[in-house]
Design a protein around this ligand. Structure first.
Ligand SMILES: Cc1ncc(COP(=O)(O)O)c(C=O)c1O
Length: 321
């Protein structure tokens, strides 16, 4: 009989959202007036339909696949060049941020990338996560066996939680303790908090002091209206040496059902082996410059190739610009 991944038995996700629903119901019954103004921080979805440009590009891409002359099968593992270069240009270089086309990895959404990234990180990392948080960061680490058992309050042993409170305006400062991997999400789900340039700079300083990696989820960057607030961690000096960024078309293009996102992984970002040897996390760099076994199979597992292909086709290179 096959063995189960027993880490799955630790998951509390099945309890979290029913528990939120129960508390909302109880609060609403006791406070009917306040209930009208209640902001729900449980599971949500987008409310707007796909933009016309995306619909037209999807139709054109389907037609292209339906003709023998223009049909093509599997695409490149990291995503189609036409889309990678458009993203690198529009979302980064046009904003003065130094990101090259081959540092963009297309995928079936940033939720998936937040989970898949653990495939190329070691088991021994100390993980820090802001609290409250988008549950995917916690659950993927639980499933990967990076935590101990759940505690009575729903937190997991082994994770360093960074409380987001009224006192810190929902943006925690770097901790005194050491962490190897820190998840940051700004604008934040569920609090809506944004991080200033100075706050992000302090996280980069921490990462550099601790040789830590920042996993920066910018799924909601399209909601930023204050020009002083950075859209990308790579707007801050030093981030290329210590950060990976996740982006999503779900919130900006209504793509929750279509599924498309991307990860930005700089070639200058290093990680270390157990013996202390440094190696790039970027797949091409790791393969060409260093030892291929470190990146072992990440072209196949790391960033989900078939979906990436499909979504890149859908986007048609300039669909949502
Ligand atoms: C913080 C955060 N990151 C990522 C995602 C998922 O994005 P995607 O639809 O691209 O997987 C969500 C969706 O709710 C989110 O809130």
């Amino acid at each position: 009989m096959a063995f189960l991944n027993e880490n799955y038995l630790k998951l509390q996700a099945g309890y979290l959202f029913p528990e939120i629903a129960r508390r909302v119901r109880e609060f609403s019954e006791q406070n009917p007036d306040a209930a009208k103004r209640l902001i729900r921080c449980g599971i949500g979805d987008v409310t707007e339909p796909l933009p016309r440009a995306a619909i037209d590009a999807m139709k054109a891409a389907a037609e292209e696949l339906g003709r023998r002359e223009s049909f093509h099968g599997y695409g490149p593992e990291q995503g189609y060049e036409f889309l990678r270069s458009k993203i690198a240009q529009f979302d980064y270089r046009d904003r003065g941020v130094d990101i090259s086309d081959d540092e963009i990895f297309l995928s079936d959404g940033s939720k998936c990338d937040c989970g898949h990234i653990l495939d190329i990180l070691g088991e021994q990392n100390k993980i820090a996560i802001t609290d409250p948080v988008y549950p995917v960061y916690v659950d993927t680490n639980v499933m990967a066996g990076h935590t101990g058992p759940v505690r009575a309050d729903g937190s997991y042993e082994g994770i360093l939680y960074l409380p987001c409170t009224v006192e810190n305006n929902f943006v925690p400062e770097p901790p005194r303790e050491h962490a190897d991997v820190i998840y940051l999400c700004f604008p934040n789900n569920p609090t809506g908090a944004v991080a200033s340039r100075a706050q992000l700079a302090s996280w980069i300083e921490y990462a550099r002091e601790h040789n830590a990696l920042l996993l920066f989820d910018a799924a909601y960057e399209g909601y930023i209206s204050d020009s002083a607030i950075p859209h990308s961690i790579f707007e801050i000096n030093g981030a290329r040496e210590c950060a990976i960024e996740f982006r999503s078309f779900s919130k900006t293009g209504g793509f929750t059902g279509v599924r498309c996102g991307f990860t930005v992984l700089p070639k200058s970002l290093l990680a270390q082996t157990e013996s202390g040897k440094k190696s790039p996390l970027h797949f091409d760099r790791a393969l060409h410059g260093q030892r291929a076994d470190l990146a072992g199979g990440s072209d196949q597992r790391g960033f989900g190739s078939t979906w990436r292909h499909k979504c890149a086709l859908y986007l048609g290179g300039n669909a949502i610009r």
